[in-house]
Design a protein around this ligand. Structure first.
Ligand code: FMN
Length: 326
């Protein structure tokens, strides 16, 4: 037990890490920094294709962007060719990352049809070879994120976890759904517990944590070594201060006010523009703006207007017009 706690801390920098789950198109550096400020312990990059890295795809390089303020951050790669995965992991391991995470859970057809992401759960032997090659190629810890299985008839998370551990994986993150479920239904925390019971490497529990109370419940239910939160953070980096308070047994912090939401959204937009330029940054902020303002007065009309905005100044004027007194 003491050993495992040490191991968790060696990999993630805390004894019970609360991790921001990777979300392609959402968890870029700008957003990750804001989550860190609110008490998130560890972040992970959006998933990055090993093949795209190999070909030097220009859309892939920005995904590797990190900053010492967000450390520890893991880099997540995906692919199906063991040697290439090892080679690419080696290529990027010196860019300030704390660990290499391998994606074996992505359900998207484009990925699955290439035998990548969750398709690897149908090929445990290949999945094990990938872990071994990546381990051989890097000195950083190697972690794997996967699901309960490909579909209801093939729920093999327990066997799969053992294979990954035997192949050298240093920690595992389990999302309590099958590939077939995508993001629907309820995450099965019992199944995460079953994985936790059969491996000795740290297990991070993932799926349906939307509050401090959920964080306490998933910890209790699964006996996990850490928690990963993805969708619950959209437009809501404050979820991390809420979870932190809950885990420490402290009173729940107040809900963010409309003013705080608008201010956070504008800071997020400024960072996004800094890293991606105004053209791309503001377009990417449109979805975030909808999430931050959800439930606020006039939010559905605001959403339509945000979609016409093309500069940071326009976004700021629009928000101040909607929420002048907040
Ligand atoms: C829009 C979106 C993008 C995602 N992208 C990734 C990804 O790049 N890599 C990954 O491992 N999981 C990805 N996921 C899955 C999440 O990391 C997480 O496993 C899943 O959403 C369940 O956790 P939650 O209930 O806290 O959202 C993505 C999920 C969403 C909704």
């Amino acid at each position: 037990m003491i050993n495992r706690k040490n191991r968790v801390e060696e990999i993630y920098g805390s004894t019970f890490p609360v991790i921001l789950g990777p979300m392609a198109g959402v968890t870029d550096l700008a957003f990750r920094l804001l989550c860190r400020e609110q008490g998130c312990d560890v972040t992970v990059t959006e998933m990055i294709s090993a093949k795209a890295l190999y070909y030097g795809n220009k859309n892939t390089i920005p995904l590797l962007l990190t900053d010492e303020r967000e450390a520890p951050v893991g880099v997540q790669i995906f692919g199906s060719e063991p040697e290439l995965m090892g080679e690419m992991a080696h290529k990027i391991e010196d860019r300030g990352f704390a660990f290499i995470d391998i994606n074996m859970g992505c359900p998207v057809p484009k990925i699955v049809n290439n035998h990548e992401g969750s398709a690897l759960m149908k090929q445990p032997e290949l999945a094990g070879r990938i872990v071994r090659e990546v381990k051989k190629a890097v000195s950083l810890p190697v972690t794997v994120k996967f699901r309960l299985g490909f579909d209801e008839e093939h729920r093999n998370a327990v066997e799969f976890a053992k294979t990954l551990e035997e192949s050298g994986a240093d920690a595992l993150t389990v999302h309590g759904r099958t590939r077939e479920q995508y993001y629907s239904g309820k995450a099965d925390w019992d199944a995460i517990r079953q994985v936790k019971e059969v491996v000795s490497v740290p297990v991070i529990a993932n799926g349906d944590v939307y509050s401090g109370a959920d964080a306490l419940a998933i910890r209790e239910h699964t006996g996990c070594d850490g928690i990963m939160v993805a969708r619950g953070s959209k437009g809501n980096p404050w979820i991390f201060r809420e979870i932190r308070a809950a885990l420490r047994g402290e009173p729940q912090p107040p809900e963010p006010t409309a003013r705080e939401r608008v201010d956070m959204l504008l800071r997020h937009a400024a960072l996004c523009v800094e890293y991606k330029g105004e053209y791309t940054g503001i377009r990417e902020m449109r979805k975030h703006a909808a999430w931050y303002t959800m439930g606020l007065r006039g939010s559905s009309r605001l959403r339509q207007e945000v979609n016409q905005v093309t500069t940071l100044a326009q976004l700021e004027d629009l928000l101040r017009e909607y929420y002048p007194e907040d």
